[in-house]
Design a protein around this ligand. Structure first.
Ligand SMILES: Cc1cc2nc3c(=O)[nH]c(=O)nc-3n(C[C@H](O)[C@H](O)[C@H](O)COP(=O)(O)OP(=O)(O)OC[C@H]3O[C@@H](n4cnc5c(N)ncnc54)[C@H](O)[C@@H]3O)c2cc1C
Length: 379
């Protein structure tokens, strides 16, 4: 079976690692960038990402570089605790929750595959038919016919956009977000989410002395006119926050900050004829549950399983993933529809009361993913 993987990100590299083990599959992987360089910042991996990494074969390598966390804390912007959850008790007593630099994760996934990746390579035409896909590429080695094309080309997937050209496949949450890493010697923090009005601030330890931070605000908030300069905007919005945000904000001057808008797919896409979607190309959604990498890992494991017997049964892949993915997207994106209303005291009161009762929302969601049999992959 001749397979083309488009995109050497988290999903594409994990897919390649699994296909390496399948003798009946001859795969090629292409990447539009010139090298493995990744945008900085960190990545948090919850329990199911680590479980999947065991199957992908790089669990030990990730654990050797990652920082393990033990609890999650949600506070108000003034530091008052709203909810707290332990990550070492049932149903997670045998699990791990970690964070590491994105470049480290990508490096681990790419190790040993570098010679198989065609960099600076994109497709110039894609002819998708019931029995196979003919592609043309700027790189003559890639041009040809494939039994299967795996679209792992991320949230802005060109392949998804071309295959579903009649309708938009992404929508915008109108949230401007920032990601960065700060030095915070001996911070002694566990992951802390501080909730303001339409703004939130997260600090997630990467090691004893560094924090991965994420912050966002609704673009139509009443109190802050965004200037477009990340550092100015972050200082303006978050300098009134209590610790730990306060000290972190004071230390951002030398940091590289990644600014972006939060977007999600309009619906999960699994396959069309002989093109199959994995990772963000299939199911990008808000990072509330930090399921981006986990979903990519689980997608490629499910897909590799369906390819194992030599057949191409993409409906089986869709059946395996659909209910779990639809639930993840809904859980991750639904609260974002109310963010704009958070500048009203009554709406914040409702949000805070829900968190006081249920605990941190991401932990609530992770528990459902871990224990609800209806949300398991359908093997
Ligand atoms: C603000 C924010 C915070 C997040 N935090 C977390 C987190 O803490 N934990 C988590 O698990 N997830 C998180 N995510 C989600 C996570 O980043 C993604 O789910 C994950 O990167 C998806 O991996 P992927 O391989 O599908 O896509 P990507 O990582 O985007 O990789 C796609 C690859 O395809 C390449 N490519 C694109 N187009 C083409 C083309 N036409 N031809 C060839 N190559 C192409 C790209 O260059 C890239 O290398 C976050 C997302 C956001 C926006």
């Amino acid at each position: 079976m001749k397979v083309l993987i488009v995109g050497a990100g988290i999903a594409g590299l994990s897919m390649a690692r699994l296909l390496e083990k399948q003798e009946n599959i001859n795969y090629t992987i292409i990447e539009k960038k010139a090298s493995m360089s990744t945008l900085g910042a960190g990545i948090a991996l919850p329990f199911n990402a680590l479980r999947a990494l065991k199957t992908i074969g790089v669990f030990d390598a990730v654990m050797a570089q990652a920082h393990q966390v033990k609890e999650i804390l949600y506070t108000k912007s003034n530091g008052k605790i709203l909810g707290q959850a332990n990550l070492t008790s049932a149903p997670f007593e045998n699990d791990h929750f970690v964070a590491l630099q994105r470049s480290e994760l990508q490096g681990i996934l790419a190790a040993g595959l570098e010679d198989n990746i065609h960099y600076s390579t994109e497709l110039t035409s894609v002819n998708n038919q019931a029995k196979g896909v003919s592609v043309e590429s700027s790189n003559a080695q890639v041009t040809g016919d494939y039994d299967l094309v795996i679209a792992a080309d991320g949230i802005n997937s060109t392949i998804r956009t071309l295959q579903y050209s009649a309708t938009p496949t992404l929508y915008n949450h109108n949230l401007t977000g920032w990601r960065f890493i700060v030095k915070a010697p001996n911070h002694q923090l566990q992951p802390t989410y501080m909730l303001g009005n339409t703004d939130i601030f997260m600090a997630y330890p990467l090691n004893e002395d560094e924090l991965y931070c994420y912050a966002h605000i609704h673009q139509e908030n009443k109190f802050h006119k965004l200037t477009g300069d990340a550092k100015t905007d972050i200082k303006h919005i978050f300098s009134s926050y209590a610790e730990p945000a306060k000290s972190i904000i004071e230390a951002i001057d030398d940091q590289e900050i990644i600014t972006g808008e939060l977007k999600s797919v309009t619906e999960a896409r699994f396959y069309k004829d002989r093109i199959v979607f994995v990772g963000d190309a299939a199911n990008a959604c808000s990072p509330l549950l930090q399921q981006g990498a986990a979903a990519a890992f689980e997608d490629v494991i499910a897909l590799a399983k369906t390819l194992k017997d030599g057949g191409i049964n993409l409906e089986q892949y869709k059946t395996a993933r659909k209910s779990r993915i639809d639930w993840i997207i809904n859980f991750s994106d639904k609260p974002l529809a109310s963010v704009k209303k958070m500048d009203k005291a009554i709406v914040r009161f409702i949000r805070n009361t829900v968190i006081r009762i249920l605990g941190p929302m991401n932990v609530f969601g992770w528990k459902k993913l871990a224990t609800n049999p209806d949300l398991a992959n359908k093997d």
